[in-house]
Design a protein around this ligand. Structure first.
Ligand code: ADE
Ligand code: ZN
Length: 326
């Protein structure tokens, strides 16, 4: 079998995808009209021309503008449903979806509206397509820990709809330690813990995510390769890293995919996975990430099996279901 076909066809889990980053321009325009709003772009083509980013912050500004069209529970449902259809087509059997409530409560949409809409899509996709989907609430690290605690408070009535909490948004200048207490609280509630670290930020942020926040996975983590002691720690403890190659390319973490360190991470024995991050903005869903990265780095079928296996191993599905997927 040809490698490109294997990559498309192999069962996989996706562990790093922000649902707000899956909002395609076409749906953004449709929701704008449905909600009687307007966008500062003439049409889909003009909007897509704005999708050129110098760094993470430049992207976050555009991404935030896109979230302004999301107003109703049905909007969140429709956005999640569209992503889940795409994921199923890419042979994603299980997905752990990042979302945040702070972006939306910040412009007058309640946490209940967000969570209920997303959760209903997760229930429906399990019933209709057999894809399992769970939700991870991300705190926004450019805001205060107190605001993160408020977001967790607002999510309390929905704990049964969440599998964990994460940490996203502007990394530089916002080290993980800032969120030590709210992560401890989430842990005491039985939630799984993950955090973005080492996307643009230094290895020290990855150490802090592990030691101060006690996260079980690192999102991105590509900067870990600059610190041999950290690589040894991540390998020893089999800490999964949810790598997003096209995101790293579009946000200029690496100048080209050929210079990406995913191959080196696998070589070093790290539990790396491939994910799409914000597929509507970065030029591809998970299979596109696999296809382009494998072509650029000359990765092999053996690497493909390892990455697929890692994705289920790193997931928060229970142990018996994990064995069924392996
Ligand atoms: N929110 C959405 N995508 C993100 C990323 N790549 N890094 C940090 N926060 C994000
Ligand atoms: Zn991300």
């Amino acid at each position: 079998e040809r490698l490109p076909d294997l990559l498309k066809r192999m069962p996989k889990a996706e562990l790093h995808m922000h649902i707000e980053g899956s909002l395609e321009p076409e749906l953004m325009f449709a929701l704008t009209a449905r909600n009687g709003l307007s966008l500062p772009y003439a049409d889909v083509a003009a909007l897509k021309r704005a999708y050129v980013f110098g760094n993470l912050q430049a992207f976050l500004d555009v991404y935030h503008a896109g979230t302004l069209v999301l107003r109703t529970e049905q909007d969140f449902y429709d956005m999640a449903w569209a992503y889940l259809q795409r994921a199923a087509a890419d042979r994603v059997l299980h997905t752990e979806i990042f979302f945040d409530t702070q972006t939306h409560t910040g412009h007058g949409v309640s946490a209940d509206t967000v969570i209920n809409g997303l959760h209903r899509a997760c229930v429906d996709v399990q019933q209709q397509l057999g894809v399992s989907a769970s939700l991870i609430l991300c705190f926004l690290r450019h805001l205060s820990e107190e605001e993160a605690s408020e977001a967790l408070e607002q999510a309390m009535p929905h704990l049964d709809k969440l599998v964990g909490v994460g940490l996203a948004s502007s990394e530089l200048g916002h080290p993980p330690e800032k969120f030590t207490r709210v992560f401890a609280k989430a842990r005491s509630l039985g939630l799984h813990l993950v955090a973005h670290a080492g996307e643009e930020g230094p290895p020290a942020y990855i150490w802090a995510a592990l030691d101060a926040l006690k996260v079980e996975r690192i999102d991105h983590g590509v900067q870990a390769m600059k610190d041999p002691a950290l690589v040894a720690r991540l390998a020893r403890d089999k800490v999964p890293l949810t790598v997003c190659p096209l995101s790293n390319l579009k946000l200029r973490v690496f100048p080209s995919l050929a210079q990406h360190n995913l191959g080196a991470m696998l070589q070093a024995g790290l539990v790396a996975t491939v994910n799409s991050d914000d597929p509507a903005y970065f030029g591809g869903y998970i299979n596109e990430n696999f296809a382009q990265t494998f072509a650029a780095l000359g990765l092999t079928a053996q690497n493909a099996f390892q990455l697929a296996s890692n994705s289920f191993e790193a997931s928060f599905i229970d142990a018996s279901a994990k064995r069924a997927y392996q």
